[in-house]
Design a protein around this ligand. Sequence first.
Ligand SMILES: Cc1cc2nc3c(=O)[nH]c(=O)nc-3n(C[C@H](O)[C@H](O)[C@H](O)COP(=O)(O)OP(=O)(O)OC[C@H]3O[C@@H](n4cnc5c(N)ncnc54)[C@H](O)[C@@H]3O)c2cc1C
Length: 810
Amino acid sequence: MSLPTTARVVIIGGGVIGVSTLYHLAKAGWTDCVLLEKNELTAGSTWHAAGNCPNFSTNYGVMNMQRYGLALYRDLGKEVDYPINYHVTGAVRLAHTDKRMMEFERVRGMAAHMGLQMDMCTPEELQAHFPFMETHDLAGGLWDPLDGDIDPAQVTQALAKGARALGATIARFTPATGVRRENGEWVVETEKGEIRCDYVVNAAGYYAARVGEWFAPFGGRKVPLTVMSHQYFLTEAIPEVEAWTRKHGRKLPMVRDVDTSYYLRQDTFSLNLGPYERNCQAAWITPDDAMPEDFSFQLYPDDLDRLEPYIMDAMERVPLLGSKGVSRNINGPIPYAPDGLPMVGPMPGVPNAFEAHSFTFGIAQGGGAGKIMSEWIMHGYTEWDMWAIDPRRYTDYTDPQYNLGKALETYGHEYAMHFPHHEWPAERNRKLSPNHDRLISDGGQMGAYNGWERANWFAKSGDDTSEEATLTWDRNGPWVDRVREEVLAVRDGVGVIDLCGFSRFEVSGAGAAEWLRGKIAGGLPKIGRMNLVYFPDARGHVLTEMSCMRQGEDQFTLMTAALAQWHDFEVLSKDLPLGISLSDKTKDVTAMLVTGPKSRDLLATICDADLTAGWLSHQTATLAGKTVILARVSFAGELGWEIHAATPDAVPVYDAIRGAGATPFGMYALNSMRIEKGYLTWKGDLSTDYSLLETNLARFVRLDKPQDFPGKSALQTATPTKRLMTLTVETGEQDAPYMAAVFKDGKRVGEVTSAAYGYRVEAAIAMAMLNSEATTPGTALQIEVYGKLLNATVQGDAPLWDPENLRLRA
Ligand SMILES: Cc1cc2nc3c(=O)[nH]c(=O)nc-3n(C[C@H](O)[C@H](O)[C@H](O)COP(=O)(O)OP(=O)(O)OC[C@H]3O[C@@H](n4cnc5c(N)ncnc54)[C@H](O)[C@@H]3O)c2cc1C
């Protein structure tokens, strides 16, 4: 077969991910696409995968992606006429503790919300599912009837057959050797010739960092990927397993003992054990052990010693496991991003290039990942918000040491619970506020926000600041009294929070205002003023929100969440006309919020600003001898000013504010106060899952303006059937987690997007996206919180705290 010289899309890598992307593109009619595989399809991680396919995930988006993929696999063999060994055996997850049962309750609730049934189990029910197991020490478990295992090579070949039948091209034994950009097109170089294309996808599995290096000259970053060595072994055939299978006409369900950290499943008549061990090992991380040019269909040497504690534990749980010897061990490379989630989406900084790699569960996720990747390429957005796996979630602070430290931590805790107040300790302190030492000496308990360390709360002497204390689903812990005190200090006096890492962009140049009007749904502030601006996608869904300060006719500063830095820079840089300049000033300027009824009095003693200037004004002033910008806004919903100081000036400015008597407060207090005001968080309440109208942002949408902003026509014709509302919630022990289901008279009517306790209004609060039938203020609802139904009441449009904004405008 001769290689095509042009294509719409070239995909580099023929594992399950690349092939699924090709299949989904072809299925959507994009058949003029080529996949390049340097060896045979599946030669990377795919061929040696165990093929386990769970729905389970603690992340809603990831579970939804898996749900889609498994449904696809169930029909794929028939659809493309390529039989696949896919055993839908069901699986039990074991809980050693009540805390684990709460995690299972949460996932069961999320599953039900996306139409999947999972069931909580007693130890007896677990044993009924898997009779060879000891269950006396268990709290219970979770049953997923749709879990199972698939042949990874067969599912990849089936997707390949489907793609080829639709007209897409697969070039095997054709390594890509480089890329270059010419006249707005990509040229992908191979040993067999070159292909010109519009879009290119890096789906090179554990080679993705190496392929990623080719994109550096075009704005690309180093891919934050570490290759880990991952093992499973098979026993010899076990007669009892064979007898059970013959008697019941099916395989045993899979067992995941997540608190010990392994899975166990039947393979023909033997058992397959795969641990995620704490003493895990990365591969190819030192110069004297560089990744080979080609590792196709190869494995690492066996290292069963590493697995021994897990094998011993599993033999106590399932004594049959010890009845036979090991027949075969598989030790293969598996790529890990720092958080263990894949990278699927736009390649940061590079036009028309995409990433689909770093899969640790690529077989389970391949079907869904192909759908998501193809949507990014074809439409520039995805049906579901997939920020959890967006490559732009990691910015400039990753380096090989960070990637390695995080990969070891994540792999070693693959099945760990992720508690709402817990901060993972590895590779911290990547980006520090100039005031970091001061925050620490004030008792700051830090959290990482896009690598920036911010104080979550401030401990006092005697408070329990151990990591152990944060391993809880509960709202309350050692922090609760301090958070309340911080909120009340802001309510009654004045507080200060260091908001280092606030993403900050400057836009200027003739025509900048008109250009921005064509990107946002609403209007721009007048010169000297600021307001919120919303960027919709082509469907009118919420891409992002920024605070916009206007300094001149065509001069703006746009500020946004720390986490959104690279995402929002790309939103702004897309189609940036010549003559308009855009720069990222995040590191040059740092922000602090001084807020509370006494903030004016405090600032009057240390700065020369006009403190009578109204709400949403901004001005340049001198504070502690330094030039700063004072912006009269407060995310805490009190009288207040954001102080923006050049990074080198941050320390004297902060010292002056603290010295004048402001109480330091942290992110937990800020979150509590913002929800009382109904202020929204990015990728919580603000997501591409919902339109601006659904998100209750109609007041920020001007459909009558002449500019044809993205999503305008969609918003013009939309009749929203759901709306974001504030709910007060019965004060249970936990706050409702993201995507907790909301019910009215037993019927599902929506989901929670964020929740926190409001210490000023003394109520648990949730923001929830509700079907229209449930949005009337006063409506009685119920929210499922870790398996418990808590009563909730729909509130009106006004914020719960200071509904008339009198305190803000004071
Ligand atoms: C022991 C083990 C067990 C596992 N078990 C499971 C499991 O039970 N369930 C599960 O979901 N996941 C499992 N995984 C993970 C799973 O194998 C991977 O997530 C998945 O295979 C990743 O697929 P991929 O397409 O991203 O990468 P790969 O399969 O590695 O494919 C990448 C391809 O890119 C090709 N390539 C690289 N460079 C180039 C180039 N320059 N030009 C052209 N082609 C190139 C490679 O040859 C390779 O074929 C397991 C992994 C291991 C190691």
